[in-house]
Ligand binder design. Structure first.
Ligand SMILES: NC(=O)c1ccc[n+]([C@@H]2O[C@H](COP(=O)([O-])OP(=O)(O)OC[C@H]3O[C@@H](n4cnc5c(N)ncnc54)[C@H](OP(=O)(O)O)[C@@H]3O)[C@@H](O)[C@H]2O)c1
Length: 310
């Protein structure tokens, strides 16, 4: 089968097409004929070696965490899935391939497009996990950095569904988009504290500037101002700022064992119904995985970059 692999850390030039043997599932896995893959910033960090001290890569490596496709083989111990089932979720073996093995997938609603399904697992699971860590609840005001990003946009919407008021940072071009998701938009960068003060959020015990919790879904150096706006270090989490530990702020990194499959299945239904919006950005064929990762690195465009496989 066709797949994309890399044999050493480096730029996107290390990604190359290979023809490898088709995998077959162990007892607890299904094999998925991959239709669409979400391309994640994490895959760029794993490929470049930026994560090698925390998550070393075994070479050759096939990138790709999240996928949508059709089951075409079922492991002997798998109950509840059959050949032909349309699923989305996580790949065990790397999703930049025609076939991938998976042990954490859920049923795809029939009216959920393949690309949107492939763009949903990482965003929905990460946002769900971090909002739970922050204990976001009705009546809270939550500041979300990077509210127009794929994870940030999902976090905005799930926080609003929890009954929170959300203030979200985004570029000038994304202010209306973030507003359409249910947040009060503010531009990011210098002067953020003043722009938030201008919103006149009501101060409360434990929230001197009216911010009860902060999710940093951008990782662009906003933790110090977040501590100031929060009035302390509690109820602040980042998923992307590697300087968090030095500031005494938790970095939330999801483990496979943390993944909440029932929540993913129900969030998939909300996406199919249009209650939750998942933006899809540029689409590339599998053979153009380099260009897809270059697009993610370039940023500045809304929605998940997708590899369309078959
Ligand atoms: N720890 C985990 O479990 C986990 C899971 C998933 C993702 N992540 C990480 O989370 C980050 C976001 O992932 P993603 O898939 O949502 O990426 P994404 O879709 O590219 O979103 C990033 C967003 O950040 C915005 N941004 C850029 N500079 C900013 C700034 N200074 N302040 C606020 N926002 C800014 C970008 O807006 P503009 O392009 O308009 O500037 C963009 O909307 C990545 O670093 C990724 O690796 C971590």
């Amino acid at each position: 089968m066709n797949a994309i692999q890399f044999d050493a850390y480096g730029g996107t030039e290390v990604l190359h097409a290979v023809d490898v043997a088709e995998p077959h599932p162990a007892a607890t896995q299904v094999r998925v004929r991959v239709h669409a893959v979400g391309v994640n910033p994490m895959e760029l960090k794993l490929r470049s070696g930026a994560m090698k001290d925390f998550m070393p890569t075994t070479f050759p490596a096939t990138p790709g965490m999240e996928l949508a496709g059709t089951i075409d083989e079922v492991g002997s111990g798998v109950i509840g899935f059959n050949v032909g089932d349309e699923v989305f979720g996580w790949s065990d073996t790397g999703a930049y391939a025609e076939y991938a093995l998976a042990s954490q997938v859920v049923r795809k609603p029939a009216d959920l497009a393949w690309e949107v399904a492939a763009a949903t697992p990482v965003a929905a699971d990460t946002a769900q996990r971090v909002l739970a860590q922050l204990a976001v609840t009705t009546g809270d005001t939550v500041l979300i950095h990077g509210g127009a990003g794929v994870v940030g946009a999902m976090a905005v919407q799930l926080a609003v569904l929890r009954g929170a008021r959300v203030v979200a940072t985004a570029s000038p071009a994304d202010q209306d988009y973030v507003r359409s998701l249910g947040a009060t938009p503010v531009t990011y960068g210098a002067g953020l504290a003043e722009r938030i003060a201008a919103l006149k959020l009501p101060a409360r015990p434990g929230a001197p500037h009216g911010i009860d919790a902060v999710l940093d879904a951008a990782g662009k150096g906003a933790l110090p101002v977040s501590i100031e706006l929060r009035g302390g270090k509690t109820r602040i989490v980042t998923i992307a700022d590697m300087g968090a530990q030095a500031l005494g702020i938790p970095f939330s990194a999801g483990q496979p064992s943390d993944r909440n499959l029932p929540a993913l299945e129900s969030n998939g239904k909300l996406v199919a119904a249009g209650t939750l919006k998942v933006a899809v950005g540029a689409r590339f064929p599998l053979a153009e995985a380099k260009q897809a990762q270059d697009q993610v690195a370039a940023g500045g465009q809304r929605g998940k970059v997708i590899l369309s496989v078959a």
